[in-house]
Design a protein. Structure first.
Length: 729
């Protein structure tokens, strides 16, 4: 059997003293029988060897009472909190006999203990926030802070240096910021100073010795600085009081590191606060009066002026700060404010600390002001015992399997976490494991959960996922993934359509396809390809519509039965200058039985001199006689060249592209398009303009009936101011 916990004589004496102090401090809040029940619990735990000294060889019963004294004196903790603290330290079992308040606080302490075993990075702001949200009752946090303050006081002479460094790290990165948020400035400062003392021994004692060596002279100096200022302020009739202070050792060390200077290089080692008793309507005037007096008496450093009087900080902090060169050429920081401003700065999360970089959070100010009020109430047991922590109701904090801690808005799901980790993880997420239990992707996250994401390579993002996620980050990633999936499916659908057209020996054209998509009622090509990929749109219907649009755009009337060009019958010209033996192809809207098309290389229109060329497939391509390919075709394959001309009937629309070059002036493009819009029977299809070195080079595609209308349009475009040349491609 293990040896029972033995109390030393000093420990017994101290326990009795502390018990009496706590009994007196708690007063009527203690219920009849509380002390007797607590003694029985401790005695039973001792007899069962359930209490043992900690890693620092400290007595848990004594530590519990010491912590309780800190909590009562510094935070106003009352009956429920004290009993829960002691029962927690002695590892007690069921505590229903002490009431629901004690039970709730003890439950919160046990949850925090379990959370700490996960060993996340304590420096993380998320972890501090998790503790605040995890402790449903604010008193749990107060007990934790008081416990760490007491522990830091007791481990000064411990030989367990490793454990000492660990708890000192936690004091600096976790407990001091928590005390900071609660406005417990005295405890915050003590935690920081003790942490520095244990972690950076030489720095701490160097600063302390310098402060001790100069304390008398420093106090005398502050008096010398204050006295003439006090006299001048009284002379002008201001009501005020002044405070002098020296920065904490930790604060001095942080400034030394930040400014990379020695102890003597700290500007504002001395600080004076002038607090004016002023009516509201005269606050600014009287603060500036005091400011004027101080800066008249002592040389100010203009770089160190902070005017939060004219424009208060977003947290409501109002004050004037100036650093001046006092007697003996020493820098002193002076803060000037009114009683009202000072009260605002000192309540809740003190603005004095917030303006140094602590970021406010939703609901934090009001919550912490209420805490401060509750702490100051002291004897108001109802306020202290019923006060609940609801600050982080809109946030949850979860762990990854590796122990990383992540923050999400309340209502966030497994899918939010997956997309937070990586886009690919989110897009292939099929669910997750929460504390080892498999759940669906829409499962909501809860604080303290350990969550693992399950993925599957075949999974793809879906439109309905947008309704599952809570975070904008996940929502934007889903939209991007859906767009990428749609683009990929669109490419496959487009390739399939091109393949179908090729199999049917139908030439593919981007412009004709774009026209077809609009004819089918789609505003966006993406929607068209999406429906094609999902087989919601019949590809055969698309092919039929494509051919119909192609025939219309190219002025082709597909015959009921197409014959080879070798079988066509030539019309014989009646012109007396034409020999009857010359065969000539007459191009017109009434041409039947001939498989012909207009060549894309020169895009002939009605009125152009043309010729026909019999292709390998038996059809005929109609070219302009001045086509860039004309000479090659005539010289090398003259036997396949057919004479051709337009019939006497016009009326069809043909596509031409004009090249326009001009000065890159404001409004020139509008002038060009304005001319086209005023022309009858001329329709603009597209315009593409590149600008460089003060010139623009544009391609303009329009639909015209014949060459005469084209030439008329070209002449008008050449009259536009700034246009240098217009030519047909």
């Amino acid at each position: 059997m293990e040896r029972k916990l033995i109390f030393t004589q000093e420990e017994t004496s101290e326990i009795r003293r502390l018990a009496g102090t706590l009994r007196q401090a708690l007063g009527d809040s203690l219920q009849p029988g509380d002390e007797a029940a607590l003694r029985r619990r401790i005695r039973t735990a001792l007899e069962n060897n359930e209490i043992e000294r900690d890693v620092f060889n400290l007595n848990p019963v004594l530590s519990a009472l010491q912590t309780a004294q800190v909590a009562v004196e510094e935070t106003g903790l009352r009956r429920d909190g004290v009993l829960a603290l002691i029962l927690y330290k002695v590892q007690s079992g069921e505590v229903e006999e002490f009431g629901p308040g004690v039970s709730a606080i003890l439950h919160g302490l046990l949850r925090i203990t379990a959370l700490n075993k996960k060993s996340p990075v304590v420096e993380s702001e998320n972890f501090r926030n998790l503790l605040l949200s995890f402790a449903e009752d604010m008193r749990v946090i107060l007990i934790m802070i008081a416990d760490r303050v007491n522990l830091m006081r007791q481990i000064r002479d411990t030989e367990n240096e490793e454990a000492k460094h660990r708890v000192s790290d936690e004091a600096a990165y976790l407990y001091a910021p928590l005390a900071h948020k609660l406005g417990l400035y005295k405890l915050k400062s003590e935690l920081e100073d003790l942490s520095l003392k244990y972690l950076e021994h030489d720095a701490y004692y160097m600063i302390r010795e310098k402060l001790n060596a100069t304390k008398e002279s420093r106090d005398a100096y502050i008096d010398r600085f204050i006295e003439p200022v006090r006299q001048r302020l009284e002379d002008i009739g201001l009501k005020f009081h002044m405070k002098g202070r020296t920065k904490s050792i930790h604060s001095i060390w942080q400034k030394m590191k930040k400014q990379k200077c020695g102890f003597e290089g700290i500007y504002d080692l001395f600080a004076i606060r002038i607090i004016i008793d002023s009516p509201l309507e005269k606050e600014k005037m009287q603060c500036w009066q005091a400011f004027s007096i101080v800066t008249d008496m002592y040389q100010p450093n203009p770089k160190r002026l902070r005017d939060w009087l004219s424009v208060p900080k977003s947290n409501g902090y109002e004050s004037l700060h100036i650093t001046v060169l006092g007697p003996e050429q020493k820098w002193v920081e002076v803060q000037i404010r009114t009683e009202r401003m000072d009260e605002i700065a000192e309540r809740g999360l003190a603005a004095h600390w917030r303006y140094k970089g602590v970021k406010g959070e939703t609901g934090l100010d009001e919550w912490l002001t209420n805490i401060r009020t509750a702490l100051e109430a002291g004897d108001d047991l109802q306020v202290m015992d019923q006060f609940k922590l609801d600050l982080y109701d809109d946030e949850v904090f979860v762990f990854t399997p590796k122990g990383d801690l992540l923050k999400f808005p309340k209502g966030a799901t497994i899918l939010d976490l997956a997309y937070h980790i990586h886009s690919h993880v989110g897009s292939t997420c099929v669910g997750g494991k929460v504390n080892g239990k498999v759940v669906a992707i829409r499962q909501q996250l809860h604080s303290g959960d350990t969550v693992e994401i399950l993925t599957q390579s075949t999974q793809k993002p879906r439109q309905e996922w947008l309704n599952i996620v809570k975070t904008s980050r996940a929502r934007s990633k889903i939209r991007l993934a859906l767009k990428e999936t749609q683009q990929k499916d669109g490419r496959l659908a487009k390739e399939m359509l091109e393949r179908k057209l090729k199999n049917k020996k139908i030439e593919y054209s981007e412009s004709i396809l774009a026209h077809t998509i609009k004819k089918l009622g789609f505003k966006e090509a993406g929607d068209f390809y999406k429906q094609l990929a999902e087989e919601k749109l019949d590809v055969n219907l698309v092919l039929e519509k494509y051919q119909e649009v192609r025939d219309y755009d190219l002025n082709l009337n597909t015959p009921a039965q197409t014959r080879s060009a070798e079988e066509y019958n030539f019309d014989i010209k009646d012109d007396q200058n034409q020999h009857s033996s010359d065969d000539e192809l007459v191009i017109g809207s009434d041409l039947k039985g001939i498989d012909y098309s207009l060549a894309k290389c020169c895009r002939p229109i009605y009125g152009d001199d043309i010729f026909g060329f019999v292709t390998v497939s038996g059809g005929i391509k109609v070219h302009r006689t001045n086509c860039p390919n004309a000479r090659h075709l005539r010289e090398n394959m003259g036997y396949r060249v057919v004479r051709a001309r337009w019939s006497g009937k016009g009326g069809s629309q043909y596509s031409i592209t004009l090249n326009i070059i001009g000065n890159d002036d404001i409004g020139i493009v509008n002038n060009i398009t304005s001319i086209i819009s005023k022309e009858e029977k001329i329709m603009m299809r597209s315009i593409n303009i590149d600008s460089h070195d003060g010139l623009f080079d544009g391609h303009l595609t329009v639909m015209v009936e014949d060459t005469s209308r084209m030439e008329s349009l070209i002449k008008k475009l050449r009259t536009v101011k700034g246009v240098k040349s217009v030519s047909r491609l």
